[in-house]
Design a protein around this ligand. Structure first.
Ligand SMILES: [Zn+2]
Length: 85
């Protein structure tokens, strides 16, 4: 049974820790971001596969290939940009 009131007050689904959209299928991650530069780790190279994304094993950061299979499903915010491009 679905409690509509509870659903309405629930926070939205928590997204992955961080998603970075990239135009290259090969990306380097060292864990440093503008938001949390202290959460660094040794730099690793990640290869985006046919799924269109890859998750960093150190910091769980997700790299999504722009225009790839995973790029469209992130959320609806990029719809306008995608049409303009
Ligand atoms: Zn990382």
């Amino acid at each position: 049974m679905i409690d509509a009131a509870k659903l309405a007050s629930a926070p939205p689904v928590i997204p992955p820790p961080e998603t970075t959209r990239t135009s290259s299928s090969r990306v380097a991650c060292d864990g440093a971001t503008e938001i949390a530069a202290s959460l660094g780790h040794p730099r690793v190279w990640l290869e985006i596969d046919e799924k269109g994304y890859v998750d960093c094993g150190y910091c769980d950061r997700r790299f999504v290939l722009i225009g790839g299979p995973a790029d469209v499903a992130v959320d609806g915010r990029d719809n306008g940009a995608a049409q303009a491009a």
